[in-house]
Design a binder for this molecule. Sequence first.
Ligand SMILES: [Zn+2]
Length: 125
Amino acid sequence: MARKKKPKQRPQVGMLGKELTRRSRGRCELCESKADVRAYELAPFPDEPDPERTLMACARCRQWMESDTIDPVQAHFLSSAVWAEVPPVKLAAARLLIAHEDLDDPWLRDAIDAADVDPVTLEFR
Ligand SMILES: [Zn+2]
């Protein structure tokens, strides 16, 4: 499915560094990896970086978000991430699952339903 090109991550997101590090404890908020964890803003970007639209993500998860692809074998952690209490984590997980949507995978469907994210607008319902 063709999707709009994603805006480039912007350096201003660094201003959220402290707050995000405290929230994530330095781990990827999607999969809990500590590998090259950095802030990742979810499009569309607000004027100023907002912790409610930003999550800490490891190299693999950032790459998945950039390319809208996941490796379904590695991606079962997303079905727990959709239950996260932090809205951007929940939203990022749901967007990845929606991008991958595959009706043969019942756990994907259940996880998307749990996140309550609209598959067209890619925002919370
Ligand atoms: Zn990760």
